[in-house]
Design a protein around this ligand. Structure first.
Ligand SMILES: [Cu+2]
Length: 177
């Protein structure tokens, strides 16, 4: 009986520990920032994540008034993913779509937007262009919401610890009598 109780306690601890290691790489900030206006289009966009994404399969598509202006493939430098822009990129509204591989192996995707008054080609944004303020959207193709798996882990751990603790107490009382 005591052996079973110890095993259940150990199992409960095993379930509890790895939860933190399954975190997704969350997009923390971008340059240019989402929903902002920059006077001059930078020669690259930078996406900073909470952890270093895997080098595998990173994609950043930058769409402007003239279409896609991404130049080459993105580079990963620490927690930063950098995407160079073509020197022909004009002023106007830009939308950036990204897909990176989180360090837990899951793909993380999302979009953000900004407005550049002057483009890399020196052109000014056309009159009447509006800034599209759009919240950063992020999605995890691999798992959807993390809430349910975390809840199940917590509940499962509490149940196992509870059963284990109860059995330890019972076996102690049994020894005494
Ligand atoms: Cu994940």
């Amino acid at each position: 009986m005591r052996r079973l109780a110890s095993a259940l306690l150990a199992l409960g601890l095993l379930v509890a520990i790895p939860t933190a290691a399954f975190a997704h790489d969350v997009l923390e900030r971008t340059n240019p920032a989402d929903g902002t206006t920059v006077t001059k289009l930078p020669d690259q966009v930078v996406l900073t994540f909470s952890e270093t994404p895997l080098a595998l399969g990173a994609q950043v598509v930058v769409n402007g008034p003239s279409g896609p202006v991404s130049s080459g493939t993105p580079t990963i430098s620490g927690r930063d993913v950098k995407q160079a822009l073509a020197p022909t990129a004009p002023g106007g509204d830009y939308t950036v779509s990204y897909r990176i591989t989180s360090d837990d192996g899951h793909p993380v995707t999302g979009t953000f937007s900004f407005h550049a008054t002057v483009g890399l080609d020196g052109s000014t944004a056309t009159a009447g262009a509006t800034v599209h303020v759009k919240p950063v959207s992020a999605a995890d193709d691999g798992q959807g919401s993390l809430f349910v798996p975390i809840l199940l882990t917590v509940v499962g751990t509490l149940v196992l610890l509870g059963i284990g603790g109860y059995l330890v107490l019972r076996s102690r009382e049994a020894d005494r009598s």
